[in-house]
Ligand binder design. Structure first.
Ligand SMILES: [Fe+2]
Ligand SMILES: [Fe+2]
Length: 480
């Protein structure tokens, strides 16, 4: 079978010859009803009968892998799709560098590998759960469709991780696959595994910030796992990255359109002071300082996902050849990091200081630095929109020590510029830097649905182009 071609005949579309792999096929078919139950319970609320103009992967050929059509979400063809195997691929880093990439799980690393797959897998359904109420307040059918596209693809990413568990991890893999359907975002008893995936996504600005910041963490993690010496994981993640690009797009253009609309409305009303919040809000748009506060919140929550700056787990996973650095294959060094150092921002004697740490221990920090660089590129594109319209304001990422709950800075209070604050000052200044309850109430008050084709809510500009080149008034969701 041509790997680029996907077999759509069975219950589970796939390009892994599932038809010839009876054990795994049965395991996945057994898991399927539980997944559908989960989707019906925890997937988008309402709209399950609506026809949504979605893309479905029909190939893994980068030059044309998707087709667009109206689909009811529960009928979406979630499948198992891996990027093509690369002839002669090797382990590219760590102690096993130069050995042939593993097609089976190396016994000594089994537990570590399973943990990596489960942690990645857990984030996928979590974000669907976090976003499940948003359809009702969509600012347009275009945006609603994008939300649902992200949701079904996160569902497919869960499938991707569950396939690896079922295929390569036997009975304990099966148990983990079940548990992925049992945990619930924000549930006090059975929460999702990582903090940011238990937060609420209460409004559309939060959704855009989440897809900008938190899906971008997903991209970084997938990039690092795509380097894995365990070839099936690498191939799985490489294809997931193709889909992830759309999630980045939704976040980046979403925030951009909110910013654009605000600036245009200010300009039209002759308001030049971005801090004249009451006046700006009366225009039915979100003031720039509030957008900044939302960015501060989502950026800081997402930084926590990178874990401790100094981490033995990260060192072990790299040493074992399981999880590499961002774009490891393009880096020029020995790819083993047994010597060498990396500068790590630490909290020492009441100060924030850069200190060299062994490169192998500092891998989380390094991935986080790459992430911050990637975020900053997006922020400068936002700022170009603000500057072009001529409003004197620039969005800025807060200091990495700001509002942290994991790692070096979880023990201190730091403002957005990196100044250490006393607990009293922190309490006093908190709502200058993070959304206050009145900010949240205001944003929520704007969340009025706009379901007429081609129309957009007051607080967001239309996109430059439609999805799949559709015209502006295209009915992306036929609501039923
Ligand atoms: Fe995902
Ligand atoms: Fe995503």
């Amino acid at each position: 079978m041509n790997i680029a071609q996907v077999d759509y005949d069975g219950l589970i579309p796939n390009n892994v010859a599932l038809g010839q792999d009876v054990r795994v096929k049965h395991a996945l078919e057994k898991w399927h009803p539980g997944y559908i139950d989960w989707w019906n319970d925890m997937g988008p609320e309402g709209f399950q009968k609506s026809l949504v103009y979605l893309r479905t992967a029909v190939s893994v050929d980068p030059k044309g892998w998707a087709k667009f059509d109206y689909v009811r979400m529960p009928d979406y063809r979630w499948g198992v799709l891996l990027a093509p195997q690369m002839e002669g691929r090797k382990v590219n880093f760590g102690a096993h560098k130069g050995e042939a990439a593993w097609q089976e799980v190396p016994g000594e690393y089994r537990a570590m590998l399973r943990r990596l797959v489960v942690i990645q897998g857990d984030t996928e359904p979590a974000s669907v759960e976090q976003q499940r109420h948003l359809g009702k307040t969509a600012p347009s059918l275009y945006d609603m469709r994008n939300l649902f596209q992200v949701n079904v693809e996160e569902g497919r990413h869960l499938w991707a991780m569950v396939y690896l568990l079922q295929k390569y991890f036997g009975a304990d893999g099966r148990e983990e696959a079940e548990a992925l359907l049992q945990r619930r975002s924000g549930d006090p008893d059975t929460p999702r595994m990582l903090g940011a995936f238990n937060e609420k996504t209460p409004d559309w600005l939060s959704f855009f910030m989440f897809t900008f910041f938190t899906d971008r963490d997903g991209k970084m993690q997938l990039e690092a796992l795509a380097q894995s010496g365990f070839d099936p994981l690498s191939r799985t993640c490489r294809f997931m990255l193709t889909e992830e690009a759309h999630h980045m797009f939704v976040g980046e253009t979403g925030v951009t359109r909110v910013i654009q609309r605000t600036c245009e409305a200010m300009k039209a009303a002759g308001i030049s002071d971005p801090y004249d919040i009451d006046k700006v809000r009366k225009l039915g748009v979100i003031d720039l300082p509030t957008i900044q506060k939302k960015a501060n919140l989502h950026f800081s929550l997402t930084l926590d996902l990178f874990g401790n700056e100094i981490s033995t787990n990260a060192a072990n996973a790299f040493h074992a050849g399981l999880k590499g650095r961002y774009r490891e294959d393009r880096l020029k060094d020995d790819h083993q990091l047994e010597s060498g150092s990396y500068p790590v921002l630490r909290f020492i004697d009441g100060e924030i200081r850069n200190e060299d740490a062994p490169a192998l221990s500092a891998l989380n920090m390094r991935l986080r630095d790459d992430y911050v660089g990637d975020c900053n590129n997006g922020v400068s594109r936002w700022n170009k929109v603000i500057a072009d319209i001529g409003i004197p304001f620039a969005m800025k990422l807060p200091h990495v020590a700001f509002h942290r709950h994991i790692g070096e800075f979880s023990r201190t209070n730091v403002d957005v510029d990196g100044n250490i604050l006393s607990p009293a000052d922190w309490t006093h200044r908190r709502t200058d830097m993070l959304p206050s309850s009145s900010d949240r109430d205001f944003v929520e008050s704007l969340m009025q649905p706009q379901f007429e084709p081609g129309k957009f809510a007051s607080w967001i500009a239309p996109p430059k182009v439609g999805i799949d080149n559709k015209p502006g008034d295209f009915e992306y969701v036929k609501i039923a």
